[in-house]
Design a protein around this ligand. Sequence first.
Ligand code: SAH
Length: 224
Amino acid sequence: MSLSDIRGIGMTSQRTRDRLVKRLAERGIDDERVLEVMGQVPRHIFVDEALAHRAYEDSALPVGHSQTISQPFIVALMTQLLLQKRPKKVLEVGTGTGYQTAVLAALVEQVFTVERIEALLLKARERLGLLGANNVRLRLGDGYVGWRNEAPFDGILVTAAPPSVPEALTEQLAVGGRMVLPVGGEGVQELRIIDRTVEGLVTETVEYVRFVPLLKGVQPFEAT
Ligand code: SAH
């Protein structure tokens, strides 16, 4: 997709994006910066053309490889919770399509994002490049181990659910930092906030959510 395509579709999709933002606000998203950015990032370029007409519905959509692009409300909620700690350097685990990455990139200084499926990572890199998101570094890897040589992070956002909180990730969270992640087995999981304070970790459960599982190991492009 070329840049002029994005602009063309971008104009016709502005109205549907505005409707989505209105809906997010009605559902309780009140961080103006998050609403503004979600009104700008063209979600339709992050899904297959066949699904582009559904890109501004508030629902998760399939993106191949048994994965989904997260529901806009959940993207907005997780981003809003993360921003409450004013992070500068953020680690995202589970790049997927790169949509959540693009939202983060518009709101914080630096985004480091890890994806275990190389085919998805390559597409996400291309889309983020088209959008000019030059404050993002992407890497093929297993998010269970985080991104050790860039730690600590002020914010960590995990977009797939581990059965329990990965220790490497809490270790890579800076004092004053916050991690937002779903935790639990298949089916329904708890969306948790974990803050690292000088006294230690403080955990809070926000609500129940449904994410794909956080899996171990990587899936190189050749093997798909
Ligand atoms: N934020 C993404 C959500 C994608 S779904 C979006 O809006 O598009 C979650 C993603 O996490 C999938 O792409 C999946 O492959 C990835 N994932 C699962 N386990 C992982 C792991 N251990 N390390 C890195 N990525 C992982």
